[in-house]
Design a protein around this ligand. Sequence first.
Ligand code: AMP
Ligand code: FE
Ligand code: FE
Ligand code: ZN
Length: 286
Amino acid sequence: MRIDLHTHSTESDGTDTPAELVAAAAAAGLDVVALTDHDTTAGWAEAIAALPPGLRLVPGAELSCSSPDGRGGTVTVHLLAYLFDAHSPALVAEQSRLRADRRRRLYRMAQRMAADGYPVDPDELLARLPTDSPAGRPHLAAALRDAGLVSSVDDAFHKLLRTGGPYHVPRTDTPVEQAIEMIAEAGGVTVLAHAFARARGPVVTAEVIVELASLGLAGLEVDHPDHDPPTRAELRRIATDLGLVITGSSDYHGTNKTVRLGAETTAPEMLDALVERATGAQMLVG
Ligand code: AMP
Ligand code: FE
Ligand code: FE
Ligand code: ZN
């Protein structure tokens, strides 16, 4: 069984459409794939309709959240949510607010770059993204790459778009405690994504994970491309101590990142443990 529980489509900042993504998952030899676009469930229907025979789909999302960092400050965390009812009113309202905030914020980032003479047009950038989609920095990064200003999306992040960098504008994310509660109310389960991906910026302390576990967090994403072996060992120990489900996932973004589908995987018994706790939606079979 090959299980990859974290992927992005064109409904957020990936480059495969949901239909292409499930086809690519089958071609990569996966048995189970989760679709976890940032702050939207808009890709579920297309992915379900296009599911190749034998492939199973875990419907999900990756929620942008703010969390106490454990040192008196605040930090961004990503919460993977699975098997929840996508029509839950509180969730629908909050995600729609966040998507609007994401679009305003990306517009402002592009506007600042244009003011400094970069050949980016904020209106054109936003017009190219689907209405109500969760606009993100990778969209601006791809535009900069296409304009020949940087060599890759990754290069754009490092030179211009990194958090705290010259053109970065923060989002107003959902408090993580609220997100865990919203997903639980919608019958879903939550897994903290790439919790110790320190190269991306500041991360939470282990004490924060203990606190989130007490609030109902179900699991920790341990095997992730942004975690080196010592970090994985550290997270695995924390998850084991707290009785949390351990997952592994590629965080595939199509050509916006180099990682391949199935580059990291989750053990079947860990997926079973998540499915057992969820009542909001079902895993789908092609
Ligand atoms: P945003 O959600 O707009 O703040 O943008 C952050 C997203 O950009 C994350 O979800 C990552 O998927 C992606 N990202 C972050 N750093 C990089 C990088 N160096 N190269 C490519 N994508 C990145
Ligand atoms: Fe992303
Ligand atoms: Fe993430
Ligand atoms: Zn992701």
